[in-house]
Design a protein around this ligand. Sequence first.
Ligand code: URA
Ligand code: ZN
Length: 360
Amino acid sequence: MPVVDVHTHMYPPAYMQLLRNRTSVPYVKSFPDDPTAGDRLVILPAEDTASTSRGRPIGPEYYDVNEKLAFMRKHHIDISVVSLANPWLDWLPSNEAAETARQVNDDVERMCAEHESKLYAFGTLPLSAPAEQVVEEIERLASLPHHRGIIMGTTGLGSGLDDPALDPIYAALEKHQQLVFLHPHYGLPTSVYGPRASDYGHVLPLALGFPLETTIAVTRMLLSGVWDRFPRLNVLIAHSGGTLPFLAGRIESCIAHDAHLKKLGKLENRRDVWSVLKENVFLDAVIYSEIGLKAAIDASGVDRLMFGTDHPFFPPLDESETEWLSVKLNSQAVQSALEDEEKVDAVMGGNAARILRLPG
Ligand code: URA
Ligand code: ZN
């Protein structure tokens, strides 16, 4: 049974060039006068402070395919399904988005073809372009031999994933059975982290902002009836579903007790969160603990969970560590949540091979 990493990012060369040409978020800036600063990746407004410690360091692990392959060898990963890292193409002017998406997706397709049976990909959509152009790219991606779906954030066309204007896009994704890898980027408004947030590094936005952003986005999709209109739309939710497996009962109870929804007749003939979790949702195993993983398994079933690493994010702070702690925590969680070896193999790769049509 192969070990498959379904949550692993890259900024392919075509995208790196775009970031290097920019001076506002998102951008990559090099500091030639300060060799200790190196290249810095700045993707969030809150990281864009006027110092050489702005953003985070970015090296070849973000864009060099050989680094990805070396990481895979070190961690005994046979196949990686790579996706563009946040913030994808969300920020592009509308008239440049479609052509850029084609270039970036073709760049990734070429890379996968050069490493046959090792690399597959989730493509990127030009979401700032008119919906027809987004649909065209979905159709094109469906014909690329190494692509297995798309990655996107939570903003949709600018006003979230409950926007009815997304319907033609959801229809195309459903028609072509393109899995949507839903991944956070924007977190929550920084005010919720309080006046001392900067004392705590990136912990609050990454540990809490990211999963809550995802949870809110999926709940809005549910409330707006996306899965009632598109019952075969499949979504791989990052970080073991944000907090959805844990909060599903509360979400359903709040719906069942909502007088406004009742008055609008929205409590009848709706698919509930439990059925969506079991029939439309796949979850990655990027949750770093047995407890979160068990909640994900209970909510969606062990056959819908897929191992991931989030490489190249969360590298070891001590560079002498060869095996990454972030990877070890996720694979140990799979082992301890599931003592049955067959189920462990399924989560580590068998499920991904079946769901994403990868070499088994
Ligand atoms: N930080 C990010 O910005 N993206 C990830 O995918 C993980 C951590
Ligand atoms: Zn990620």
